[in-house]
Ligand binder design. Structure first.
Ligand code: F6P
Length: 385
C-alpha cells in the first residue's frame, strides 16, 4: 500500500492525532476521496458527514465525494465534487446517500451497450490519480468492499473501509450502518399488522429483506411479537407452522403473524427469486409461496406484505447515526495514522479496526444456537422446526 503520501504529525495533546501533511511537498492540501457502494441504507449520509467534519476540521484535508460508487470514476470527466462543511450541513438525518450508489456492474467486467463487458480498472485508477487523491474511504457491504479492496491493491491506493448493510452479515463487526433502522422499520410494520390481523382474524405474513441472512427477520420478529419467524439458517416444516396457528386459535388468539426472511427457501429447498432490471436474480416471493401453503393447510384467511426497500430508506435511527458518525471519524483517523487496507468495526462497545481481508471473509449468518434464537424459542415463537 502507498503509505508514502501521508505522514501523520501525530503530536498529541489529548491522545488524538493533530493532522497530516503531504510528504511529497506539493504544497497543496491532502485530498481524500469517499464513495458509497452497494444498496443504499439509512446512515450513509451520517458517515459522509462525519468523514468531512473529521478530515476538514481536524486535519485540514480536502474531501472529494465520488458519485455512484466506482461508476463516478469510470466517467470522463469523473463524477466527483468537493465536500465542504457546508455541503454536509443538515444531512445527518437524511436517508439514502448524497453521493448516489450502485449495486451492479462490476468494474472488472462492466457491461457495455453492445452487450460485451469491459475491465474498467485502468480508467478508474487513472481518474483516481489524476484527481490527486491521496487515499480513499469506501462505505459498503462485504461485496462492495471486496471489489474496492481489489481495485485498491491493483492501483496502490491507500484504502479504508466502513461497513454498511441492512443485512448485518459482515462478521467482524457487531454493527453495520443501516441495520438498526431496517429493524426499526420492520418492527413497526409488525406492530401495525397486529391490529389488522386481529381485526380480521387473519394470518399475515411479513416478508423482510436480509439477503442470505435472517438477522432482520429474527430481530424484528422478536421485537414485534411475531408468532412465527422463519430464517434461512433454520429449515422449516410447514406442519409446525400450521400447528402454531392452530394452537393460537385454540388459546383464543384469532390471528397469527409470521415474519419470513427473503432467503427462506420453498419446500423443495429452492430459493425464491424475482429477477431485477440489471439481469441479476434477486430474492423475493417466499411470503406469497408460504401464504398459499398456509391457506391450504389451515384454511386461514392469509395476507402477505413484502416490506422491500422501505427497510432501507428514511430517517436513520439514533443508533445508526451514532455508528455511522463513529465509523466516519475512525476511518479518517486510520488514514491519518497511515493504517490502510483496514475496516472499522464495532466490537466490545467501541470502534476498532481489522484487516480488510479478514473482514470480507468473515460472513455472519444468524447463529442457530445464539441468543436471539434461544430468546425466540423461550418466548414460544415458532421457528418452523
Ligand atoms: O443487501 C441489501 C439488500 O437490501 C438485500 O437485503 C436485498 O436482498 C437486496 O439488497 C435488494 O437489492 P436491490 O436494491 O437491487 O433490489
Amino acid at each position: 500500500m502507498n503509505s508514502r503520501v501521508f505522514r501523520s504529525v501525530a503530536r498529541s495533546l489529548d491522545g488524538q492525532p493533530l493532522g497530516a501533511e503531504l510528504s511529497s511537498g506539493e504544497g497543496s492540501k491532502p485530498r481524500i476521496g469517499v464513495l458509497t457502494s452497494g444498496g443504499d441504507c439509512a446512515g450513509l449520509n451520517a458517515a459522509v458527514r462525519a468523514i468531512v467534519h473529521r478530515a476538514v476540521s481536524t486535519y485540514q484535508w480536502d474531501v472529494l465525494g465520488i458519485e455512484q460508487s466506482t461508476h463516478g470514476l469510470m466517467s470522463s470527466p469523473p463524477k466527483v465534487r468537493q465536500l465542504r462543511l457546508d455541503d454536509v450541513d443538515g444531512i445527518l438525518t437524511a436517508g439514502g446517500t448524497i453521493l448516489g450508489t450502485a449495486n451492479y456492474g462490476s468494474p472488472f467486467a462492466y457491461p457495455q451497450p453492445d452487450g460485451t463487458v469491459k475491465d474498467m480498472t485502468g480508467t478508474i485508477l487513472e481518474n483516481y490519480h489524476q484527481l490527486g487523491l491521496s487515499a480513499l474511504i469506501g462505505i459498503g457491504g462485504d461485496g462492495s468492499l471486496s471489489i474496492l479492496r481489489k481495485l485498491a491493491n491493483q492501483g496502490n491506493i491507500p484504502f479504508v473501509g466502513i461497513p454498511k448493510t441492512i443485512d448485518n452479515d459482515v462478521g467482524v463487526t457487531e454493527r453495520a450502518i443501516g441495520f438498526s433502522t431496517a429493524v426499526n422499520i420492520a418492527t413497526e410494520a409488525v406492530d401495525r399488522l397486529h391490529f389488522t390481523a386481529a381485526s380480521h382474524s387473519r394470518v399475515i405474513i411479513l416478508e423482510v429483506m436480509g439477503r442470505d441472512a435472517g438477522h432482520i427477520a429474527i430481530s424484528a420478529g422478536i421485537a414485534g411479537g411475531a408468532d412465527v419467524i422463519l430464517i434461512p439458517e433454520i429449515p422449516y416444516n410447514l406442519e409446525k407452522i400450521a400447528a402454531k396457528i392452530h394452537q393460537n386459535q385454540t388459546l383464543g388468539k384469532n390471528y397469527s403473524l409470521v415474519v419470513v426472511a427473503e432467503a427462506v427457501r420453498n419446500e423443495n429447498n429452492e430459493a425464491v427469486v424475482a429477477s431485477s432490471g440489471q439481469g441479476q436474480n434477486r430474492l423475493g416471493g417466499i411470503g406469497q409461496v408460504l401464504a398459499e401453503r398456509i391457506n391450504d393447510s389451515t384454511g386461514a384467511d392469509t395476507r402477505v406484505i413484502v416490506l422491500g426497500h422501505l427497510q432501507r430508506g428514511g430517517t436513520p435511527s439514533p443508533f445508526d447515526r451514532l455508528t455511522a458518525s463513529a465509523f466516519g471519524v475512525a476511518a479518517v483517523d486510520l488514514i491519518a495514522q497511515e493504517r490502510f487496507d483496514r475496516m472499522v468495526t464495532w466490537q466490545d462497545r467501541e470502534v476498532k479496526d481489522v484487516a480488510l481481508a479478514d473482514a470480507i471473509q468473515d460472513y455472519a449468518a444468524v447463529d442457530p444456537s445464539g441468543t436471539l434464537v434461544k430468546t425466540a424459542r423461550g418466548l414460544g415463537i415458532c421457528l418452523g422446526d
